[in-house]
Design a protein. Structure first.
Length: 113
């Protein structure tokens, strides 16, 4: 699946370990997402986004937050003056589901220009 095909999908509720993606599926999807990596805990994917100043960082956070509410799928955020680290994981699955990759792809399209 390409980045644009991922970004065109919408999250659906995914609950239970049967929705967890295996290592090969995660590798295949990560290959479509520039700069995204597995998190240290192995249960998520992360990327740190850099911005020139605080208001650009906050604008990004607000755009991500709006999308996340629409999708009912929410990232962990860690931010400072010029950066925001996003962490996507599916709590209801206890690891990575397709929802995490759909949202990561949507973040990439938010930034595309
Ligand atoms: C009912 C609703 O779909 C769930 O509570 C959603 C809300 N947002 C969520 N966000 C994330 N990151 N993981 C989830 O499992 C999750 N579950």
């Amino acid at each position: 699946m390409t980045l644009n095909e991922l970004a065109a999908q919408h999250c659906v509720p995914r609950r239970g370990a049967e929705h967890a993606l295996d290592a090969a599926a995660v590798d295949g999807l990560l290959a479509q997402l520039p700069g995204w990596q597995r998190s240290a805990d192995g249960k998520g994917i992360v990327k740190d986004f850099r911005f020139d100043d605080f208001h650009r960082t906050l604008g990004f956070i607000n755009a991500v937050g709006f999308m996340a509410n629409r999708e009912d799928h929410h990232p962990d955020l860690e931010a400072g003056y010029g950066h925001c680290r996003l962490y996507w994981s599916t709590h209801d699955v206890g690891g990575l589901s397709l929802n995490d990759f759909i949202c990561a792809a949507k973040v990439e399209t938010l930034l595309a220009r």
